[in-house]
Design a protein around this ligand. Structure first.
Ligand SMILES: CC(=O)SCCNC(=O)CCNC(=O)[C@H](O)C(C)(C)COP(=O)(O)OP(=O)(O)OC[C@H]1O[C@@H](n2cnc3c(N)ncnc32)[C@H](O)[C@@H]1OP(=O)(O)O
Ligand SMILES: O=CC(=O)O
Ligand SMILES: [Mg+2]
Length: 349
């Protein structure tokens, strides 16, 4: 850990000054594409206005013999596609892989001015972030970049979860953290075989009535990810960075995907990954607060005046704490309205 005095000092001579606050433009969906897949990249100009973030994925889901094509494809896409105000992110290969060094050197040197955030997979602890932090500073200085690249960690190893607080605070570049349920399940030796979502075997059962153990006992499926998402949200909020739910692999099951995303939204996440075009609208719906919630929040703020004291609205007590929650909802709605004219209309009532 750097000394507090040096925390905001550039890590290489000539590297841009680190940011003191993480920008938080809407990032409801981080839409993954394989930059080596021409069918997917051909869709990017049409997709860009529909998503908040486009992410060129170089890691898992890209075959080993397509890694270089994906890297080259991302450079090409970044140089030729007009992304408008949509952010461009990338997911590099893992730090122990044979590809990551070339990923970082090529991307920062050739398109460092086009990229907003670099997602680092399989982060185990703060030393992984410190390594990337210093290397990025050296590459930024050499490329003459004026704006620091931000770093996003995937929480997908048991060590990463154990060290999530130190990861969140490891560098001023830390933009956010995503839950990676697939790798995390493998790292923890969980006995699931899915990419995110629940499992019917993970449940609680109501007590028996009398001696009959087998009938009339309702079961409730539980959320496998609750503990990790909640811990990640606290680590992020405590360090001024943004938490995200990651992938939901059952593309066909749009209903359960929406539930998983909504649980994350309600717990404090700002977005989730979309792996397929079908998941973009789900993320948009879930991570944009409902117009009725926004209208209610505005009503509470209005009734609370300077934000202190207590009032009753529709039989519900409101005070300093509930008005703060309402401000979170209204600030999000205002930021989304500035990006999306349809939402701007819906939020006006
Ligand atoms: C655990 C993790 O690490 S998750 C993150 C890594 N995984 C990924 O990034 C996966 C990204 N997504 C994909 O690769 C694909 O969506 C797949 C393999 C899951 C499914 O792809 P397909 O079998 O082609 O799906 P499907 O036939 O429904 O696609 C419909 C169209 O959408 C396109 N499409 C599919 N996914 C995407 C995408 N993510 N972005 C843009 N276009 C896409 C397809 O190319 C196809 O185009 P076409 O109509 O011109 O033929
Ligand atoms: O990378 C994501 C995951 O779930 O693993
Ligand atoms: Mg993973």
């Amino acid at each position: 850990m750097r000394s507090p005095k040096d925390f905001f000092a550039p890590l290489a001579v000539g590297a841009p000054e680190p940011l003191r606050e993480i920008p938080a433009p809407p990032s409801r969906m981080i839409h993954f594409f394989d930059p080596g897949n021409e069918k997917m990249t051909a869709k990017l100009p049409a997709l860009a206005p529909k998503v908040d973030v486009l992410l060129g994925n170089l890691e898992d889901a890209v075959r080993a013999d397509r890694k270089e094509a994906a890297r080259r494809g991302l450079v090409e896409v970044a140089k030729t596609v007009d992304f408008g105000t949509t952010q461009l992110w990338t997911r590099i290969n893992s730090l122990d892989s044979p590809w990551v060094l070339d990923d970082l050197i090529t991307l920062v040197t050739e398109i460092g001015d086009k990229l907003d955030v670099i997602m680092v997979p399989k982060v185990e602890g703060a030393p992984d972030i410190h390594y990337v932090d210093r290397l990025l500073a050296q590459l930024e200085a050499r490329a003459g970049l004026r704006r620091p690249l931000l770093v996003h960690a995937i929480l997908e190893t048991a060590s990463g979860v154990a060290n999530v607080e130190e990861i969140a605070g490891a560098s001023p570049r830390m933009q956010g953290i995503s839950l990676g349920p697939a790798d995390l399940a493998a790292s923890r030796r969980m006995k699931t075989t899915r990419v995110g979502g629940g499992h019917p075997g993970y449940l609680v059962r109501s007590d028996p009535v009398g001696d009959d153990l087998s009938t009339g006992r309702t079961t409730y499926q539980q959320d496998l990810w609750h503990y990790t998402v909640a811990r990640m949200v606290d680590a992020c909020a405590a360090n001024g960075i943004l938490p995200y739910y990651g992938p939901f692999g059952d593309i066909r099951d749009v209903v359960a995907c929406e539930d998983q995303f909504r649980n994350a939204f309600l717990l404090g996440c700002v977005g989730a990954w979309s792996l397929h075009p079908a998941q973009i609208e789900i993320a948009k719906k879930v991570f944009s607060p409902a117009p009725e919630e926004v209208a209610w929040a505005r009503r509470v703020i209005e009734a609370m005046g300077d934000g202190t004291g207590a009032v009753m609205i529709d039989g519900k007590m409101q005070d300093d704490a509930s008005v703060k929650q309402c401000r979170v909802v209204v600030e999000l709605a205002d930021a989304l309205a500035a990006r999306d004219p349809e939402l701007a209309k819906a939020y006006k009532g």
